[in-house]
Design a protein around this ligand. Sequence first.
Ligand SMILES: C[S@@+](CC[C@H](N)C(=O)[O-])C[C@H]1O[C@@H](n2cnc3c(N)ncnc32)[C@H](O)[C@@H]1O
Length: 241
Amino acid sequence: MAASGVEDERVRGEEEDDDDVPQLSAAAMEALQEFLAEQKRPEEQDGGGVELVAEDWRLSQFWYDERTARALSEEVVRLVSPSGSGSAAGAVACIACPTLYAYLKKADPGVPAQLLEYDERFGQYGGDFTFYDYNRPEELPPSMKHAYRVVVADPPYLSQECLEKVAETVSFLAQPEGSFLLLLTGEVQKDRALELLNVRPCGFKPQHSNKLGNEFRLFTNYDPADRLGGWEQSDVTPSPI
Ligand SMILES: C[S@@+](CC[C@H](N)C(=O)[O-])C[C@H]1O[C@@H](n2cnc3c(N)ncnc32)[C@H](O)[C@@H]1O
């Protein structure tokens, strides 16, 4: 690649003779930095979607369809940019939901977002990627502790054990004064999700590019009201009069 070629050339030049060190002009340096940043960005497709790596079903990978990924990323941008200010007031942690990360960066490249993923192919996102295995829920860089205003999680498995461990990771990442939490998982996890993370189902039904057999839901710890279908009314306990 051109960029690493420049770096290799620079290293060789330093070893041989300082007078011959190739110098990049400010404009060339800016172009190089732009090129390197571009390498880290998810690629856009012609239709406006985002190109992702192929699903690996052995890793329980099922990507959202475009409508779902767009709706979720718009909601997350709203949560971190209050009153449409356009400037992010908090960071976003995407636990095992690479499609959301990709669409989020497309919707607003300035949103600080971290993708926690087991699949090292997402190392293509550079410093925005953190290796994550749900079996080691808190084996994460200390700088990530309580650092996220919005946490979105899509656990790889529908088991109680997996949700319990992901819930530990959510507590590690979320701010103690309160974070917005969005959990995407099967309807069968509804009671456990409420118990472990205090999240309730929304009207919005996430869909996948390849249809799943089980019913899939979005759960949140806040009522999005007129967005994402709001909390399902049957799940909201009426307050005493
Ligand atoms: C159900 S998929 C969710 C993907 C989401 N629907 C999307 O489109 O972004 C679960 C994710 O968990 C990841 N995963 C698989 N094994 C994992 C593990 N041991 N720890 C953490 N994540 C894992 C997969 O790579 C996959 O991206």
